[in-house]
Design a protein around this ligand. Structure first.
Ligand code: TXA
Ligand code: MG
Length: 354
C-alpha cells in the first residue's frame, strides 16, 4: 500500500504550454525521482491520464499491471518526448508515410505500431514483437518524459475495465493506495484515448479509433493509401489485444439507445421500473417531449460539437455511476470524426444496443 499523494501543477503553466518551467517544478522532480527508482506515477496527457513507469524496466512495468489489475496479455504504449527516443525503441526503417504522419500528428493523440528493438522488455509489449509508441502533446507529460529521459510505458490510469480517467480525481478514486503519486494537471482536453494504427504496405489499419480521426488520417496519407477501421471487423483475435476486453464500463448497466428507438423506449415497460438515467444529445433534449417520462435526463452536448461530447464522456459515465441508478441509457452519436471513437468506447462499455 502507498500513501497516495496528489500534487497539482499550476494551471497557468499548462495553459501557456511552459514545458521547461513545468520541468523545473518540485512536483515533476518528485515524479521523475520516483520513476527513476522504478516506481509508477499517474500523470495527465491530452487524451486521458496515464499510469507511467520506465518502459525499459520490467519490474517497474510489472507494477503498472498490478496497480490496474490489467491482464498481462494487453501491451502498453511507450510515450516519448522527442524523435530521437523513437529510434532506440524500434527495429526498422521508418517508411515515408509514417514520417508524414509523425510530422503532422506528433506530439498528439496518434499511437503507431513498430517492430520493436531488443531494449524493450517483453512485459511492456505483452511478448509481441511490435511496440506501440506515441508522443503526447500535454505539456506535463512532455515535461515529465524530458525530466526522466526515459520512454514511459503508460496505459490509461483507471482500474482495468472502468471508464478511463480524465481528471486526477478519477485516478484517485481508482488507484488510491496503489500508486505513490498522482500529478494533477486538470481536465484532459480530448477525453478519449489516442488512435492506434499500424501500417502495412499501402494500407493504414486503425486498430483503435481515437483523438486523431480517420478523416484526418485520410487527408494526410492521400489516395495512394487505404485507411481501414480494423475495429469495425468482428474478430476473435483482434490485432490490438486490448480491444477484446470489456472496457470503459460504469458499474451500473449501460445500454446504447439508437436515435430511432428514443420515442418508444418508454413504451412496453422496457425499463421495468428501473431507476434510470438517460444521457441524451442536446438536439434530443430540445426536440423530444420527455416531460411525461419518469427518468432523469442528462445533456451530453450537441452533435455539432462531437469534441465536447468526447471530452466529457468518461466523466459523465463516472458521475452517473456514483448515483444509485439501476440503469444508464445513452443515446448514440454520429459515427464520424471523433464520434467514431465515442461510439467505439460506448459499444465496448454497453450491455446492449436497443
Ligand atoms: O491516449 C492513450 O493512448 C492513453 C494515454 C495514457 O496515452 N493510453 C492508453 O493506453 O489508452 P491503454 O493501455 O489503455 O491502451 C493501449 C491500447 C490497447 O488497446 C493495446 O492493446 C494497444 O494499445 N496496443 C499496445 N501495444 C500494442 C501493439 N504492440 N500492437 C497492437 N496494439 C497494441
Ligand atoms: Mg485503457
Amino acid at each position: 500500500m502507498y500513501n497516495t499523494e496528489v500534487l497539482k501543477i499550476d494551471d497557468n503553466l499548462i495553459k501557456e504550454n511552459r514545458i521547461s518551467d513545468i520541468k523545473d517544478t518540485v512536483v515533476i522532480k518528485k515524479a521523475a525521482d520516483l520513476i527513476k527508482k522504478g516506481e509508477v506515477v499517474a500523470f495527465p496527457t491530452e487524451t486521458v491520464y496515464g499510469l507511467g513507469a520506465n518502459a525499459l524496466n520490467s519490474s517497474a512495468v510489472k507494477k503498472i499491471f498490478k496497480a490496474k489489475g490489467r491482464p498481462s496479455d494487453n501491451p502498453l504504449i511507450a510515450h516519448i518526448s522527442n524523435k530521437k527516443q523513437l529510434s532506440n525503441l524500434i527495429n526498422a526503417d521508418i517508411p515515408e508515410v509514417v514520417e508524414r504522419l509523425i510530422s503532422e500528428f506528433w506530439p498528439g493523440p496518434l499511437t503507431i505500431i513498430f517492430n520493436k528493438s531488443k531494449i524493450v522488455p517483453d512485459i511492456t509489449t505483452a511478448s509481441l514483437d511490435t511496440v506501440a509508441v506515441r508522443m503526447p502533446s500535454h505539456p506535463v507529460a512532455l515535461a515529465l518524459i524530458e525530466k526522466v529521459q526515459l520512454p514511459l510505458a503508460a496505459p490509461s490510469a483507471n482500474s482495468s475495465g472502468l471508464p478511463s480517467p480524465t481528471k486526477a480525481e478519477h485516478v484517485y478514486n481508482d488507484l488510491n493506495g496503489k500508486v505513490p503519486l498522482i500529478v494533477d494537471g486538470g481536465i484532459c482536453n480530448i477525453g478519449v484515448e489516442s488512435t492506434v494504427i499500424e501500417i502495412k504496405a499501402n494500407q493504414v489499419n486503425i486498430l483503435r479509433p481515437g483523438g486523431i480521426t480517420k478523416e484526418m488520417i485520410i487527408n494526410r496519407v492521400g489516395k495512394a493509401f487505404k485507411v481501414i477501421s480494423e475495429h469495425d471487423k468482428k474478430v476473435d483475435n483482434p490485432k490490438s489485444p486490448g480491444m477484446k476486453y470489456k472496457h470503459y464500463s460504469p458499474q451500473t448497466p449501460l445500454w446504447i439507445v439508437k436515435k430511432s428507438s428514443i420515442n418508444n423506449i418508454f413504451s412496453d415497460n422496457k425499463l421495468a421500473n428501473r431507476k434510470t438515467l438517460f444521457i441524451l444529445t442536446k438536439e434530443t433534449v430540445d426536440n423530444v417531449n420527455l416531460k411525461e417520462v419518469d427518468v432523469d435526463i442528462e445533456n451530453m452536448g450537441s452533435i455539432n460539437d462531437l469534441n465536447y461530447i468526447a471530452k466529457h464522456l468518461f466523466n459523465l459515465l463516472r458521475d452517473a455511476d456514483k448515483k444509485d441508478y439501476d440503469l444508464i441509457l445513452i443515446e448514440e452519436v454520429p459515427d464520424r470524426d471523433i464520434g467514431e471513437a465515442v461510439m467505439n468506447r460506448l459499444k465496448k462499455a454497453a450491455l446492449k444496443i436497443i
